[in-house]
Design a binder for this molecule. Structure first.
Ligand code: EPS
Length: 387
């Protein structure tokens, strides 16, 4: 299973191609678009989100509501493009920097300067257009399909916000369906009403001060069979793959599985999850501090993964930088921006994690059709039961 995305933030559309999906996966288009719309919400998002109403249009690999086994191609239109048709024209346009909206003042915290130097681009717009987090709309669309595949086999994915700035929500401790329902009603995707109030106030304050704020998000996956991923090779460890996927989300600076960095401050006797057995449940754990993984494989407990997002670097408050033409210092100009995109990032995280789990699931139970995968899964579950 693999995918690629293409497209610029102010271009006509985002495009994704998914290769390796089985046939006969019935797609729920409404559910797919619901995930895209979830990503657009959240207290602290900027004006661009009022322009966009993201929907995915499937343009390959699906017929009469089902995958055929062919690559699935999808596009997400940028409604804002109509304001950028000349700036983002594919063919050369007349006029100088003004008409091209050339960017020559790199913004600290963005890809602008590194990308400009690396690709030898004197118009930093060629970097920022692609490095924009707009691209995560395509990744959510792709992940929403992975999520539907997992859903057929009883695997569920939830995401929620753990903290924004210094405000931390109380651990929700809810069954997954309830967690999904409760956090969906929250403008900052938390189940804790007191923290919700403090977080929205903090975001408002940051916005008023021309500043931005980051936070920590958590993703939980339930209903997993034991043994997704493998200990035998470094690049088959599923926790490692999930970490890479989470780190690849724009502005993410760290990942934790289970208790994560806390494990370095805690004695072993209080870290490891003791092994239990009962007739009904088979092997299970007395706790889930390791976040569902041992040896890079799922152990049957829910996957728990957290990621930290830095504050968005586009600030109304100027930061020092250097003009690439004159090499003179300047303070960055005001740009349209989000004050906080942490709630949206939690939706993105759900989808990149769903993708990695689906990939490992297909590696384990791989088949060309949903029916073949089901048969492989059933046979494996019988083997585990008889172990
Ligand atoms: C982004 C900047 C803003 C955000 C954008 C990501 O866009 P603009 O520069 O057009 O105001 O709105 O996010 C999205 C469009 C989205 O769909 O998430 C950036 O620089 O990363």
């Amino acid at each position: 299973l693999r995918y690629l995305t293409a497209g610029e933030t102010h271009g006509p559309q985002l495009t994704a191609i998914i290769e390796g999906l089985p046939s006969n996966l019935e797609l729920d288009f409404e559910a797919l678009n619901f995930q895209l719309q979830r990503r657009q919400k959240g207290h602290g998002r900027g004006r661009r989100m009022q322009i966009e109403t993201d929907t995915a249009q499937i343009v390959g690999g699906v017929r009469h509501g089902r995958t055929t086994g062919a690559p699935v191609a999808l596009v997400v239109e940028n409604k804002d493009w109509k304001h950028w048709t000349s700036v983002m024209n594919v063919e050369p346009i007349e006029g100088g920097d003004e008409a091209k909206r050339r960017v020559f003042r790199p913004r600290p915290g963005h890809a602008d300067l590194n990308g400009g130097l690396k690709y030898n681009l004197k118009d930093l717009r060629n970097v920022l257009e692609r490095s924009s987090a707009r691209e995560t709309a395509a990744r959510v669309a792709v992940g929403a399909i992975a999520r539907q595949l997992l859903g057929k086999f009883g695997i569920k994915v939830a995401g929620h916000v753990v903290s924004i700035g210094e405000v931390t929500a109380a651990a929700p401790n809810l069954p997954i369906d309830e967690l999904i329902a409760v956090t969906e009603q929250s403008p900052v995707r938390v189940a804790d009403k007191v923290a919700e109030q403090q977080m929205t106030e903090l975001i408002d304050r940051m916005k008023a001060e021309g500043d931005t704020i980051g936070g920590v998000v958590e993703c939980i996956v339930t209903g997993l069979p034991i043994g997704l991923g493998s200990h035998v090779q470094w690049d088959r460890k599923l926790d490692g793959r999930i970490a890479q996927a989470v780190m690849s989300i724009n502005a993410f600076k760290g990942v934790e599985i289970g208790i994560g960095f806390e494990a370095g401050r805690t004695p072993g006797s209080k870290v490891h999850d003791e092994i239990m057995y009962s007739e009904e449940r088979g092997f299970y754990r007395a706790s889930n501090r390791l976040g569902g993984f041992e040896g890079g494989m799922t152990n049957g407990e829910p996957i728990v993964v957290r990621g930290v997002m830095k504050p968005i670097p586009t600030l109304y408050k100027p930061l020092a930088s250097v003009d690439i033409d004159s090499k003179e210092p300047f303070t960055a100009q005001v740009e349209r921006s989000d004050a906080c995109a942490v709630p949206a990032a939690s939706v993105v995280m759900e989808h990149v994690v769903a993708w990695e789990v689906a990939n490992a699931f297909l590696e384990k139970f791989g088949g060309d059709s949903i029916e073949e995968i089901q048969a492989n899964l059933d046979s494996y579950l019988r083997q585990i039961e008889a172990y």
